[in-house]
Write a protein that binds this ligand. Structure first.
Ligand SMILES: [Zn+2]
Length: 446
């Protein structure tokens, strides 16, 4: 690689913050709602970003969606509203009843919503309860990252339609054969289309560029920004960052007025509890993908420090290294890299590379596979949760996690996480390829 190309790539990474704007990173993540037009929703408030749909195009679960992989000229002039996402899943369960089963989760959100998921495919294990579901796909954990639930639901629609019709799928420049469609569906897929329904309802109603959930338990009087917890800092891995990380590394925050507020304990929130519960219900899950935007990156763990496969003593449970983690690259006072079995590392690297390659080939926009802390270190991340669970309880299967950061900033919009219709369409093509590549990798690696 030419040095100039290398430097250009470096600067691209520095400018890309994935789920956080540059200003949020620079400003200690303090939320400034005054700049966001909160409760001022009006026509054109977002300068050409795709609107949120009004109504329900699936007629309360009576009709099923159809994605862009099975009908190349499909158009999408709005993103699915919260009710419509559920209606779409119910529509799929009705139309493809032999391959889709809807289920609900036990922990209600602060605003008393019931979270739900669906079991997809896995026909050969039908009637055996939750056995044989190997891949968990989720979206909507950061509510302002618009389009994620659409991409997941429309992809599943494509897969079901193509399998039933004996057809292949095409996402831009990449095509999958009917046999690959069957292989993908046979993996057995569990989906959670909206991990943060309260946040999504609020964001869609206000255009407030809202990331967290809506739990006010740690909020401060008169400070609306202090409502909510960042659910992608609330999972178990190295949640207590003050203990695990080097001083000065801010992978999360104790300040509820920030975008990175991690809550009062790991899995303190009903939303993260429900994801953990889902992992308990489906004992054969081995792969996980969490959809985020934007950054054109495919991230894999560990989330908190660089990986190494030689020294088992350098692991997150070893207290001797508390206060040293999260410095990337290491300095003499913080020599620490997290241990990962070579086999697990290889599997994660291959999956991330295949997903990034498929996304790149679909539209020609370059996606990079990257170990997460090389962007920035984080604590309590969803991608590592399935590895930590297995480390704490050997009866549980390891779950390899990826975080896909689809798309690019909408520079013209007040909330840069809201794509234009053109961006939304491109993102949908890329994410279709991403899901297919992960499913086919799962089939290949077991
Ligand atoms: Zn995100």
């Amino acid at each position: 690689m030419k040095l100039t190309t290398f430097l250009a790539l470096l600067s691209q990474i520095a400018a890309t913050q994935a789920c956080l704007t540059e200003k949020e990173r620079q400003g200690g993540h303090i939320i400034d709602l005054k700049t966001r037009g909160i409760n001022r929703r009006q026509a054109n408030a977002n300068n050409g970003s795709i609107p949120v749909a009004i109504g329900d195009r699936f007629n309360n679960g009576k009709a099923a969606p159809r994605g862009i992989g099975s009908q190349i000229n499909a158009t999408f002039d709005s993103v699915l509203n919260l009710n419509e996402i559920k209606s779409a899943v119910l529509g799929l369960a009705k139309q493809f009843s032999t391959n889709v089963e809807y289920f609900e989760m036990p922990y209600k959100t602060y605003e008393n919503r019931t979270m739900y998921g669906a079991k997809i495919g896995n026909g050969k294990n039908k009637g055996k309860g939750n056995k044989g579901y190997r891949v968990l796909l989720e979206s909507g954990i950061h509510s302002r990252e618009r389009g994620g639930p659409d991409h997941l639901v429309y992809f599943i629609s494509d897969l079901l339609w193509a399998s039933k019709e004996g057809k292949g799928l095409t996402y831009g420049g990449v095509s999958y054969t009917p046999q690959e469609v069957r292989t993908a569906l046979d993996q057995g897929i569990t989906i959670i289309p909206v991990v943060n329904p309260d946040g999504l309802a609020f964001d869609q109603a206000t255009d407030a560029c809202w990331r967290k959930n809506r739990n006010p338990a740690s909020s401060k009087p008169g400070d609306e920004a202090s409502i909510g917890i960042d659910l992608n800092r609330n999972f178990a891995p190295v949640w207590d960052y003050n203990k695990y990380f080097a001083p000065g590394i801010d992978p999360a925050s104790d300040n509820s007025s920030t975008e990175l507020f991690h809550g009062v304990a790991p899995l303190s929130e009903p939303e993260t509890k429900n994801v953990d519960w889902t992992l308990d219900q489906f004992p054969d899950l081995g792969w996980f993908l969490d959809l985020h935007s934007p950054a054109t990156l495919v991230l894999y763990g560990w989330c908190h420090d660089s990986n190494q496969a030689k020294d088992k003593t350098q692991n997150w449970r070893n207290k001797a290294y508390d206060g040293k983690r999260g410095v990337v690259p290491d300095d003499p006072a913080h020599m620490y890299k997290e241990f990962l079995d070579q086999k697990d590392w290889d599997a994660l690297t291959l999956a991330a590379a295949r997903v990034a390659g498929g996304m790149t080939d679909s539209t020609g926009r370059f996606y990079r596979a990257l170990q997460a802390p090389h962007l920035y270190p984080s604590s309590g991340c969803s991608a590592d949760h399935g590895l930590v669970r297995a480390a704490l309880d050997p009866k549980k299967k390891k779950v390899y996690g990826l975080g896909v950061e689809f798309g690019e900033w909408n520079e013209a919009a007040e909330c840069q996480f809201y794509p234009t219709p053109e961006m939304h369409r491109m993102n949908m093509i890329e994410n279709g390829a991403a899901f297919m590549e992960l499913l086919l990798t799962a089939a290949r690696l077991g």
